[in-house]
Design a protein around this ligand. Structure first.
Ligand code: NAP
Ligand code: G3H
Length: 489
């Protein structure tokens, strides 16, 4: 099934100014698999001096890169997309080992990312400015014209999470570099083998020295240092609300683009197609064991159809495949990323049980593997109603009507996405208009793609908007050059 990467020792280095570099400290971080705790590989633990040098190189490289024609920058992206596709088998294997994702989802993440990179290259060609005549504003004449172009921001610090180590790194790198920025990527430590592999893909595609650089090290050790570094012009972060909030507190005068946590609700109205609804809820809640920002993390169902819906959901949850992604193709429930994550999910499960929620399926754990868990009659005094488990546990909250569903949905501190299931378009818009989220899905699970759609969280779920065109816009700024023509009498 897999090619020769299988028996290789994965000792990866950082890409700094075009060179593959180890830390002078000689220190490595060992990466263990969440599947069986075996050693997968090592990445360097970089020192602050090495971080300084990396940013210095990125800063210098930006001077040339911003003047490189857009079509040349786009060429690098097209090549990177092709190489990424060629490497899909090897990278799928590394990703499975490193983050425990099933092979089909790893493969689709990689192929989706190749498409993302190509689409970004295409989109860069329509980067354009405008010219604005002065005389449209009262008191000004036609001799004043503003020529507005788009300029890169400088050095972008890209910080990615563990759960989509290729897609959520590339979706920062590609728009940033095509717009003329240089990038320093700090991948999640658990996910850094994938992140460095991706950097290798860009390097092979011909990204010039210093345009893409990587920094590895634990966020708890080097995180504060890199986000407050004087050479950072923009931070594009995806991860937890906790770390995102910390970054926004300790940084100053640096624009931020952040994708954070969520507690996406699936709201089910009485006229919903319950088969379609149950299928969407189960795949939305449990794929990759619920370790997706956009996972369905609560169901708000009106009393009238609650019994029927719960029965259909339960049936499907009981059929989910569970286990080791190296042994079971396309498995739904895999071990969680680490034991701390599993401990947290179990804590939420236990509290819901104690407070009287009805456990319908699961509730048990073996090592990092938490079995798919379904609760009915979850109430708003339980942590499971509000907290993001990032694990395979779904609470069902019964409500009397759509207004109660909307009220509970909006009481959350998060505002990433919500779904509404109904056959009535007026009802769908009634609910969608009132939800405090970035995106509402009508009759579909909550999900990010397709990647050219705007993707954003409100409240504690993020700052700014991603999506191919939106990310390029976020990582450029307008520059106005004003022509003042001499008036001829
Ligand atoms: P995380 O613990 O917040 O880590 C995210 C990234 O931040 C990692 O690269 C981490 O590095 C780094 N980091 C840690 N401490 C830092 C600090 N003080 N300063 C700067 N960077 C620091 O999140 P995660 O566990 O990887 O991902 C799960 C979370 O991400 C969930 O809450 C999920 O909802 C959210 N997420 C949101 C989206 C979205 O689009 N809204 C998408 C995916 C995930 P280390 O790994 O070295 O600690
Ligand atoms: O974890 C967050 C990802 O951006 C979710 O993407 O909805 O395609 O799984 P997805």
């Amino acid at each position: 099934m897999f090619s020769n990467i299988k028996d290789q020792e994965l000792i990866f280095r950082n890409l700094i100014n075009g060179n593959w570099t180890n830390s002078k400290s000689g220190k490595f971080i060992e990466i263990y698999s969440p599947i069986d705790n075996s050693l997968v590989g090592k990445v360097p633990a970089m020192t602050t001096e090495e971080v300084d040098y990396t940013f210095e190189c990125a800063r210098k490289a930006q001077e040339n890169w911003k003047n490189t024609p857009i079509n040349k920058r786009a060429e690098v992206l097209y090549k990177a997309a092709d190489i990424l596709e060629d490497k899909v088998k090897d990278l799928t294997y590394i990703m499975m080992l490193e983050i425990g994702k099933d092979n089909k989802s790893c493969e689709s993440e990689i192929l989706r990312t190749a498409d993302f990179i190509r689409f970004t290259a295409d989109a860069s060609k329509s980067l354009s400015g405008e010219s604005i005549p002065g005389d449209s504003f009262p008191g000004f004449k036609r001799n004043k014209i503003s020529v507005v172009t788009r300029e890169p921001l400088g050095v972008v610090l890209a910080i990615s999470p563990f759960n989509y180590p290729i897609n959520l790194a590339a979706s920062k790198i590609a728009p940033a570099i095509v717009a003329g920025n240089t990038v320093v990527l700090k991948p999640a430590t658990q996910g850094s083998l994938c992140g460095l592999y991706l950097a290798k893909v860009f390097e092979e595609a011909g990204v010039p020295a210093g345009v893409l650089n990587t920094v590895t090290g634990k966020g708890s050790e080097i995180g504060d240092y890199i986000v407050t570094h004087r050479d950072v012009d923009f931070i594009n972060f995806t991860g937890s609300t906790e770390i995102g909030t910390r970054i926004s507190k300790i940084t100053s005068m640096v624009p931020l683009l952040m994708e954070l946590g969520g507690k996406d609700a699936a709201i089910v109205l009485e006229d919903a197609d319950l088969d379609l609804t149950a299928s969407n809820i189960v795949s939305g809640a449990y794929s990759y064991s619920g370790q997706r920002c956009t996972a369905v993390k609560r169901v708000l169902v009106v009393d009238k159809v609650a019994d029927a819906l719960v029965e259909k959901i339960k049936e499907k949850v009981e059929k989910l495949s569970i286990g080791n992604p190296l042994e079971i193709d396309d498995v739904n429930i895999v071990p969680l990323i680490n034991s701390k994550a599993a401990d947290f999910v179990v804590e939420l499960i236990e509290e819901a049980k104690e407070k009287g929620a009805k456990l319908l399926v699961g509730g048990n754990r073996e090592g990092n593997l938490v079995y798919p868990t379904l609760f009915d009659y979850v109430t708003t005094d339980m942590r499971l109603a509000w907290e993001e488990p990032f694990g395979p546990v779904l609470p069902i909250i019964r409500v009397k009507d759509k207004d109660e569903a909307i009220a509970i949905a909006n009481e959350s501190k998060y505002g990433l996405q919500s779904a509404v299931f109904t056959e009535n378009i007026n009802e769908a818009f009634y609910v969608a208009d009132r939800l405090e989220v970035g995106t509402v899905q009508v009759n579909n699970k909550t999900e990010r793609g397709p990647d050219h759609f705007p993707f954003l969280g409100v409240k504690a779920s993020g700052i700014g908007t991603q999506g191919i065109k939106y990310s390029i816009e976020a990582m450029t700024r307008p520059k106005a050059t004003i022509i003042n023509l001499v008036e001829r009498k």
